[in-house]
Write a protein that binds this ligand. Structure first.
Ligand code: ADP
Length: 336
């Protein structure tokens, strides 16, 4: 049984599992339910529910378009994330509350904009910025790997979003290719704040208080989250995930990928990973990129922060495109 989204926050050390793969966002909806138009009673606004976008651990997403007073389509399109109000598990309720509390306060060009939430016919609707080009995970699945210029552009956008979150004492804690969505212009939009946390600053030392909760998707989890007699973890877990994401964009799968969850945790704890042989991954991985990844997959104290990451020679010595064409979702681009 593949672990479902709601289970990912729980650490069960010796549990056998299927190879950890991110969810298939493009999966077909489970049933052919036609969702009715949704009414935001408080604002008196109605949304036409359109095509299926994807299904998560506890939510299902459809395209939505705001209707005007005469019930005509306004041209304002959104993603409607629908969550049945009678949520089965407490954990999911918590995830949902966190998402509402934290995500609604994030406003950045590389973070999915949270417009509003309302209740309609015993479901909660979250109106989000529409990311019509899917996720980086979908793109890597189709293409097998991305080119260095694309990886530079996406990583810079991701680091901008992380810098913004950390500045506001928010750690995302679940950064992975499947949570990096792409808007119509192929810009990165960080989404899914269900595992995010607010860091309290320590008034005396002005340093971050380290969090104790165990969370994260196994392949992207930072070692300090796994350590026994844990000291807790802080915002630097997000930079570990950046290292895993860069590796995965180059190679098609994350560095600690293994047959079992236990094996993934063992490798993460020892920081044990290899770069694939050319016969397995024909991507030409520059040495600068390898150095950058190895500088991130280390103890928290030694990891570079967002500004240091984007100042690395991988970025300063390489080509960074101004834009990426949506055809790159399927086709390998050629760069000058
Ligand atoms: P959950 O919180 O249940 O995991 P997600 O936030 O992952 O749900 O959303 C489920 C799926 O819906 C995603 O995998 C993606 O395919 C789609 N989706 C989510 N947000 C958006 C968005 N803003 N634009 C387009 N598709 C989205």
């Amino acid at each position: 049984r593949a672990p479902s989204k709601g289970e990912k926050a729980v650490l069960k050390p010796a549990q056998p599992a299927k190879p950890m793969k991110e969810r298939d966002h493009a999966a077909a909806p489970p049933t052919l339910v036609v969702e009715p138009d949704a009414l935001d009673g408080e604002r008196g606004e109605r949304y036409a529910t359109g095509g299926f976008l994807g299904k998560g651990g506890f939510a299902i997403c459809y395209e939505g378009e705001l209707l005007d007073r005469t019930s005509r389509r306004s041209g304002h399109r959104f993603a409607l994330k629908i969550v049945k109000t009678q949520m089965a598990q407490r954990k999911m309720e918590e995830k949902f509350r966190t998402e509402l509390q934290i995500h609604s306060k994030m406003h950045h060009p590389n973070i999915v904009e949270f417009h509003r939430a309302f209740t309609f016919q015993s479901s909660t609707y979250i109106v989000l910025e529409l990311c019509s080009n899917g996720s980086v995970m979908d793109m890597v699945r189709r293409r097998k790997y991305l080119t260095p210029p694309e990886i530079r552009r996406y990583t810079i956008q991701l680091c901008g979003a992380i810098k913004y979150m950390h500045h506001r004492n928010i750690i995302h804690r679940d950064l992975k290719m499947g949570n990096l969505f792409l808007d119509e212009h192929m810009n990165i939009k960080v989404g899914d704040f269900g595992l995010a946390a607010i860091l309290m600053t320590d008034k005396e030392s002005h340093s971050y208080q380290r969090r104790m909760t165990l969370c994260g998707t196994p392949n992207y989890i930072a070692p300090e989250i796994l350590e026994k007699g844990r000291k807790g973890h802080d915002h630097r877990v997000d930079f570990w995930s950046v290292g895993v994401i860069i590796y995965a964009m180059f190679c098609g799968s994350p560095p600690f990928q293994s047959q079992t969850q236990e094996e993934i945790y063992r490798k993460v704890a020892k920081r044990e990973y290899d770069w694939p042989h050319l016969s397995k991954c024909p991507n030409d991985i520059p040495n600068d990129a390898r150095n950058l990844v190895s500088s991130l997959l280390v103890d928290a104290d030694s990891r570079p922060d967002a500004d240091e990451i984007v100042s690395h020679p991988f970025f300063t010595r390489g080509y960074i495109p101004d834009r990426i064409d949506p055809c790159c979702r399927k086709l390998q681009p050629k760069w000058p």
